[in-house]
Each structure stands twice: as C-alpha cells, then as structure tokens.
Design a protein around this ligand. Structure first.
Ligand code: AMP
Length: 215
C-alpha cells in the first residue's frame, strides 16, 4: 500500500508518517527530511536549496523528483508514505509515472485537514529531538524539565530554521498557491480520503488506520 499524506505545513504529516512506519512497517519518504539532510551534509545541491528553504519557498520540481526517484528502487517494506511530496501538479504527474515504471501504484491520498490559526500556533511551538526525531510542543507536549528527550534521553532538542513567522507565511502561501490544487486533482481521480488533523495525535492515527483498512 503506497499513500500520500497531504496537508499544509504543521498538519502533522511527519508525526503520522512515523506512526505508520512503526505500525505497518511502511517506509517514510519525506522530501523535507531529504533536503535538510542534503543541506547539513553540505552537498552542492544542499547548498543550492538552503536559501530557498529558509525563505519558505518550494525548491524546484526537478530536484525533489530526482530525490524521490532515487528512493523508489530501494526496499519499500510494507509500502511507501509520501510525506511532503508531491507539492505541485508537475510532481504529482511525475510520481504516477515513476510508480508505474517501478511496477507500483498509489493506493490513496490522505488529506489532513486543519485550520490556519491552529497551524501557526502549532508550528511556532514545535521542536524535535535531533537524535530520534521525537516531536515536542511547548504547550501540549513540552520537553521534560531535565531537557532530555523522553524517548531516547538526548538533550539535543532543535527547532527548525524555517519555523519562524516570516518563513511560515511564505510556506502557507506556497501551499495554497501550488499544493492545495492537488486536493481537487486526487478527488477527481477518486483517491482522496479526508481526516480531521486537529484531533489528538492518537485519534488522528486511529482515523488514518480506519481509512487505510477500508482501502
Ligand atoms: P517540510 O519538511 O515538508 O515542511 O519541507 C521543508 C521545506 O523543504 C519546504 O518549505 C520546501 O522549501 C522544501 N520542500 C520539501 N518538500 C518539497 C517538495 N515536494 N517540493 C518543493 N520543495 C519541497
């Protein structure tokens, strides 16, 4: 089963993808994580995209399609979760072609619905353990008082460079201009499923599970 998690920044795509990896042995393909990795390893491509990402703009279709293409030939375990990809119609078309070429197909697209005020609230409050990826929120799930990750004990808790008010405004604009048309695109293809992304993490996970079990 190969799925797309679709939703604006802060909708909880990464959190839910990690749950699906644990529950279903699926493989998470996050273009945002791949780009951040390229950025921190200082590759030429990483340096090229760093400024674009810091501004909250989208990097070129060519770069992200190339990143996804590289991963499709690897082990796909219990199926692929596309997290943060596709973000444009051109990427969506490229994904169908790439999957077909690899003898795969898309099972469904899960749209995580949230409202904009909640997004801003969530993003400006979030931080992540640099070691294991556990997510925290200043209000709903604060980092333990000793500053150590409750999952792995690391004290390296980081905030994303693009989780600031200016970048976030641009990321939301990019989402509404370039990514939200994918909702209609996948609806028309009969592949769109919707879940309430504003519920508690476990409830969202349960809704996604129900949706996937029915697919
Ligand atoms: P994310 O971690 O998914 O929020 O992505 C962080 C940033 O990486 C985005 O704001 C974009 O600059 C870039 N990015 C991630 N995925 C894509 C994509 N599919 N297309 C274009 N840019 C992307």
């Amino acid at each position: 089963m190969n799925i797309i998690l679709l939703g604006p920044p802060g909708a909880g795509k990464g959190t839910q993808a990690r749950i699906l990896v644990e529950q279903r042995n699926m493989v998470q393909l996050s273009t945002g994580d791949m780009l951040r990795e390229a950025k921190s390893s200082g590759t030429e491509m990483g340096n090229r995209v760093a400024e674009v990402m810091a501004r909250g703009e989208l990097v070129t279709d060519e770069i992200v399609i190339g990143l996804i293409e590289e991963k499709l030939s690897g082990d796909i375990g219990g199926g692929l979760i596309f997290d943060g990809f596709p973000r444009t119609l051109a990427q969506a078309d490229a994904l169908s072609e790439l999957l077909e070429r690899n003898g795969q197909s898309l099972s469904c697209v899960v749209e995580m619905q949230v409202n904009d005020a909640e997004l801003v609230h969530r993003i400006t409050a979030r931080s992540t353990c640099a070691s294991c990826g556990e997510g925290y929120n200043d209000i709903t799930k604060p980092v333990p008082a000793d500053g150590a990750c409750s999952n792995c004990g690391s004290t390296e808790i980081t905030r994303r460079a693009d989780d600031n008010a200016d970048s976030l405004r641009q990321r939301l604009l990019e989402y509404y201009k370039k990514t939200s048309p994918l909702i209609g695109y996948y609806y028309a293809k009969g592949m769109l499923k919707r879940v309430d992304g504003l519920a508690e993490i476990d409830e969202v996970a349960a809704s996604i599970k129900k949706t996937l079990d029915r697919t």
